[in-house]
Design a protein around this ligand. Structure first.
Ligand SMILES: Cc1cc2nc3c(=O)[nH]c(=O)nc-3n(C[C@H](O)[C@H](O)[C@H](O)COP(=O)(O)OP(=O)(O)OC[C@H]3O[C@@H](n4cnc5c(N)ncnc54)[C@H](O)[C@@H]3O)c2cc1C
Length: 410
């Protein structure tokens, strides 16, 4: 198993790090000032202009669409994992600056895998150019969506159209005025076997009958792209907007989630690294009981435990990327489930310790720590809650043990 960077990956990592230091970090204050102005003028989800400026710079440097092998000259999963981590250091700005932001990344991946030439021309091209944004709508308010077989939204064939009725929520990115397309999962054949009832369709956000009912906050925060509750009332789309095959929704969902989890986890570890750096800096400067906080054994222990947790999670994530690269996402199910649990857990612990180190300031409005916490806590739900991944992992392990015992004649 080789978990290092290729020569090309190593060069790109230097470039991404330079872009972060030269362009992204200096833009953070501008971003937040511009966002405050936009919010004050009622534009809660309009992108601050500095992000569009950064996109132009990143594109000129070739730091663009690096997540997609088809558009990055076949950059592998392990190389990309290394590149995603620094992007996590500035989670609100960096991924989008380099056109590597969720949910667009996953949506571009499945459009590139399952889209028809026409679908690719209409939606994939402008997404890869960073001209529009997209949303992925699977979760529903009325059913336990951890179990995707519960999903109820109906997609009914009517002549050369589909007619869609139902409700989704937590559709990330939908509040951004640039979001033009939703990939929606729903039932095309409720009578089919459980895993063949669902399909995915492409629904333009502006379609008659699509209503954004609610703008959902996370711990009271509204991120720039937002998360929406969306009603579909007799929404009519041409049948050519079907993605892949009728009944193929589950297979597409599986294909979407593998590489995406590597991105999420590595970015999450970038967030954790930043929290750790903040913790150390604060502990060195802040004085208590006659000396800097850093002299306290308990703080040293938090720092050490944080380093261990981040490095463990990173190694496991890189292993998952390696298995995906070598034998495909299907064979990396155990590792993918494991990192989806491990990385947010590790990052939350680190952020929590950083908050404690900062004292009251750690949960106030003056640092990024509360926002980081809210974002990472949400990851314990987004793309499936921890318990579902643990269930999958346990089932795979039991199967593996049963096979091994069978081989031993036990
Ligand atoms: C910030 C944020 C962004 C999101 N973005 C998107 C998005 O873009 N698109 C989208 O479609 N969805 C999105 N989601 C939704 C997310 O994927 C769902 O919340 C998640 O899959 C869980 O579904 P549910 O909320 O219906 O929980 P439910 O299915 O009601 O489950 C509730 C709880 O039950 C427990 N549970 C479930 N199964 C088991 C089990 N087998 N064993 C033990 N306990 C179990 C878990 O603790 C779970 O949290 C987002 C969520 C958040 C918070």
């Amino acid at each position: 198993m080789y978990l290092g960077l290729s020569e090309r990956g190593s060069k790109l990592l230097d470039q991404v790090n330079a872009f972060m230091h030269n362009e992204v970090f200096p833009a953070e204050e501008i971003y937040w000032n511009q966002r405050a102005e936009l919010i004050a003028s009622g534009q809660l989800h309009t992108v601050p202009p500095v992000v569009e400026e950064l996109k132009v710079k990143a594109q000129a440097l070739g730091l663009w669409n690096l997540f997609l092998p088809e558009l990055s000259d076949g950059l592998g999963a392990v190389d990309y994992a290394y590149l995603a981590e620094p992007m996590g250091w500035s989670i609100d700005i960096a991924p989008e600056s380099m056109n590597c932001a969720a949910p667009d990344t996953g949506n571009m991946e499945i459009l590139s895998m399952f889209g028809t030439p026409e679908q690719k021309r209409t939606w994939l091209e402008p997404l890869t150019q960073g001209k529009i944004r997209s949303s992925f709508a699977m979760t529903e308010p009325d059913v336990g969506s951890s179990d995707a077989t519960n999903i109820q939204l109906s997609i009914e064939r009517d002549g050369s159209d589909y007619v869609i009725n139902g409700r989704k929520w937590w559709s990330s990115g939908i509040m951004d005025p640039r979001c033009q397309i939703m990939i929606v999962m729903g039932k095309t054949d409720p009578g089919a076997p459980r895993h063949q009832q669902q399909s995915m369709v492409l629904v333009p956000v502006k379609s008659p009958g699509v209503t954004i009912v609610r703008d959902l906050s996370v711990f009271g925060y509204h991120d720039q792209h937002g998360h929406g509750e969306v009603a579909f009332d007799n929404v009519r789309i041409p049948a050519t907007n079907l993605l892949g095959e009728e009944g193929g929704g589950f297979a597409i969902a599986q294909a979407r989630l593998g590489p995406g989890r590597i991105h999420h986890c590595m970015r999450t570890l970038g967030i954790a690294e930043r929290a750790l750096a903040m913790m150390v800096e604060r502990a060195e400067k802040r004085e208590v009981f006659g000396g800097p906080l850093i002299n306290q054994g308990v703080i040293q222990e938090w720092i050490a435990e944080s380093r261990i947790a981040i490095d463990q999670a990173r190694l496991l994530t890189l292993k998952a990327a390696w298995v995906i690269e070598k034998s495909g996402a299907k064979n990396a199910r155990t590792e993918i489930a494991a990192i989806k649990v491990v990385a947010p857990r590790a990052a939350l612990q680190v952020i929590d310790r950083a908050m404690q180190t900062f004292g009251g300031a750690g949960i106030g409005p003056d640092t990024v720590l509360p926002r980081m916490y809210a974002g990472v806590r949400a990851l314990r739900f987004a793309d499936g809650p921890d318990e579902v991944h643990l269930r999958d992992l346990a089932r795979l392990e039991v199967k593996r043990q049963d096979l091994a015992n069978g081989a031993l004649g036990g």
